[in-house]
Design a protein around this ligand. Structure first.
Ligand SMILES: NC(=O)c1ccc[n+]([C@@H]2O[C@H](COP(=O)([O-])OP(=O)(O)OC[C@H]3O[C@@H](n4cnc5c(N)ncnc54)[C@H](O)[C@@H]3O)[C@@H](O)[C@H]2O)c1
Length: 430
């Protein structure tokens, strides 16, 4: 039996903590031996959970770089703008890397990461969790088995969810492009990656995109509204009220996401959540925040061979992130509602249904994309254990190509034109 893969968690917030839990379920496969995070609360929490020695706890990722290499791999789960520097530096130290998505916030930084990975021969996975979702993976297997013939058109919808959008993209970490990244990169790099994957890795030739920030703007603030929901006389009429999204939940004992991430220095309870709403970013009026990222965006793509794809991301939905996909092929039509896949065969007129086993152990079973998170970290640990990067579905080169597609689509939106993607490696446009 090979020894457990020893990992250092760089960024012990929501994602770092999620992935680390794998070590609690399979201590013979993975061991958390170090943590770096400036937030004492989360650092100490992870240290206690994994019994990490004091000398292996750090306030900054740079301290890990300064130390002699003392583990096999790092899980880089820092904020979007803090991906490139640790990824490049830690690749140079010889650490295998699981890097959260997006790889980085510019094309050049993404390319630099991939160069560092290749030059240093380390194993690399990006947090494109949907690639590891069993139902979504099944779509690819069905396409590859010829179930719909040649893929002609892909239609894919990402419903972000009305309160999820308010939480993450109006009040929260991904609300402002200068602080994190544009919405298509932060939220939909998963989706363009899937479309590229379902298109069989074919080159995207041209792309157009439209989108904007709707509704969550100062002009839409009701006259009577206060700056904070706790003080607001019209909060009762607002679907996005922070009292409804957080306080009502914690009062019912629901302390999972999104409540779990709004108290930066304590566990969530009625007092700490009330304090967070009184003083922190999550208590602000959604019409009075410093948000600027798109709430709705469409992307149209044409791939080699004439395959077309249409993608929609929209904030104003009941469903949260439960993607809807239809793939139109020469022999049949495949639809997926996020849980079940239906394939209609044109020749036999028969419909077949497909599901996949979404059972996963431990905290990963609690919902969200825990199932996909589990399979991602499981694949990464297997790849490192066996020295076999082919066990990873979101490796450096294809992730770079699909990230470039995201940058090209955003360029098309900003410049209000069709971008021609001449070369998948350069991402040139004219
Ligand atoms: N794969 C997915 O579907 C998915 C979902 C959500 C978030 N993400 C991505 O994961 C990353 C982390 O998101 P999160 O929700 O865990 O955020 P988070 O804020 O909960 O965690 C980030 C952590 O990084 C720490 N950090 C900041 N500076 C640091 C430094 N210099 N050294 C070490 N740690 C530092 C922060 O203190 C924080 O605890 C982001 O890039 C985000 O976009 C991916």
């Amino acid at each position: 039996m090979p020894p457990p893969v020893q990992v250092i968690v760089v960024g012990a917030g929501n994602r770092g903590e999620n992935y680390s839990d794998y070590a609690k379920i399979f201590p013979d496969r993975m061991q958390v031996v170090g943590v770096a995070d400036p937030r004492e609360f989360v650092r100490k929490k992870l240290q206690a959970r994994h019994k990490i020695p004091d000398q292996n706890t750090f306030k900054d990722w740079r301290c890990v770089v300064e130390r002699e290499k003392f583990a096999d791999a790092v899980l880089i789960c820092t904020p979007d703008r803090l991906h490139k520097d640790p990824a490049v530096a830690l690749a140079k130290k010889g650490y295998h890397i699981l890097l959260e998505k997006p790889m980085a916030v510019t094309e050049q930084d993404c390319t630099e990461i991939v160069e560092a990975i290749i030059q240093n021969g380390v194993i690399f996975a990006v947090g494109h969790v949907l690639r590891y979702d069993p139902v979504i993976h099944k779509i690819k297997l069905l396409i590859d088995s010829g179930a719909v013939g040649d893929v002609i058109h892909i239609q894919h919808l990402e419903p972000v969810g009305f309160y999820h959008f308010a939480h993450s993209f109006v009040r929260g970490n991904w609300r402002n492009e200068a602080e994190s990244s544009f919405a298509l990169l932060a939220k939909s790099c998963h989706d363009l990656d899937l479309i590229h994957h379902w298109a069989g890795g074919r080159r995207c030739i041209k792309v157009s995109s439209f989108g904007s920030l709707s509704h969550f703007t100062k002009e839409n603030k009701p006259k009577e509204a206060a700056n904070r929901c706790l003080d607001c006389p019209v909060e009762g009429d607002c679907a996005y009220s922070a009292k409804k999204i957080y306080l009502d939940r914690v009062k019912k004992g629901a302390v999972g996401w999104p409540v779990s991430v709004i108290c930066s220095n304590s566990l969530p309870d009625i007092e700490s959540v009330t304090e967070a709403l009184r003083t922190g970013p999550y208590g602000r009026c959604v019409y009075d925040c410093d948000n600027d990222v798109c709430s709705n965006q469409v992307v149209n793509m044409e791939f080699e061979g004439g395959l077309t794809a249409a993608f929609t991301m929209v904030a104003f939905t009941k469903e949260i992130c439960n993607r809807k996909t239809t793939i139109y092929g020469s022999k049949g039509e495949l639809t997926c509602d996020g849980h079940e896949i239906t394939v209609f065969d044109f020749l036999s007129n028969k419909t077949t249904k497909h599901t996949s086993d979404g059972t996963v152990p431990g905290n990963f079973a609690k919902g969200g994309h825990g199932c996909a998170d589990f399979h991602l970290i499981d694949s990464f640990i297997s790849a490192v254990t066996n020295g076999d990067p082919t066990m990873i579905r979101s490796g450096p080169m294809e992730t770079l190509v699909s990230h470039k597609l995201v940058f090209q689509a955003e360029r098309a939106r900003l410049e209000n034109r069709v971008v021609f993607c001449e070369n998948p490696c350069d991402g040139e446009s004219r």
